[in-house]
Design a binder for this molecule. Sequence first.
Ligand code: ATP
Length: 227
Amino acid sequence: MRIALFGGSFDPPHIGHQLACLYVLETHEVDEVWMLPCAQHPFEKQMSPFAHRVAMCQHAVASLPRVQVCTIEQELSGPSYTLHTVRELSARHPQHEFLLVIGADLLRERAHWHGAAELCQRVRFIVLGRRHVEGTHPPRPPAGLAHASQAAMAQGSLVAVQPSDLRHVEPLDLPAVSSTAVRQALAEGRQPRAWVSRRVLSYIQEHGLYRPVAESKTRAEETDAIR
Ligand code: ATP
């Protein structure tokens, strides 16, 4: 099978992630998308506990039958480098071909990717435009190109970009949502219903994640009082 790997913090997963999975499945020759929640961020980003992020991803993919959540990064020691994950997955599943889906914002970090050259040799990339990323927002395809692309795709020549060509950004507009904006909205006591799946929002509420600061303080004070 041809599997598109989609890694991230997913703290929390949002509608941009879900639409990205659907887009890749529907427009590229891939059989499945595997969401890969990161266990230990390579750039030491603070994240919610892994188990919560995995559970939220599972809720997010519940309506996407060919999307799975893969928890391999928790099994690998040290920072979650994509290269290590890809090597391990290729060793465990030699029958599969792996591709890598990334948002265009990650291209800025390319110089700091661990083992970038080997990673580019091992996998082909699908780069998704992100609206807030200056210079990487995908240009609209000129008239006629969409038709030409469909024809090329039908002939199997547009499966994914070549590894050396990370300049190609998919010509689509995903919503400009980010997990940061979702966390901020929740911390301000707002419900970002347009950005997050209802199932994920219920999970967040049930587990008291990303609470408003005042509420978190009250809880911390309560906990202190109990001690
Ligand atoms: P944060 O705001 O916490 O940095 P994020 O919204 O960027 O999080 P991640 O979990 O870091 O979400 O993203 C996983 C992958 O999805 C990355 O490759 C990222 O570029 C891509 N991505 C996230 N949101 C979008 C979006 N709205 N459009 C296109 N790509 C996206």
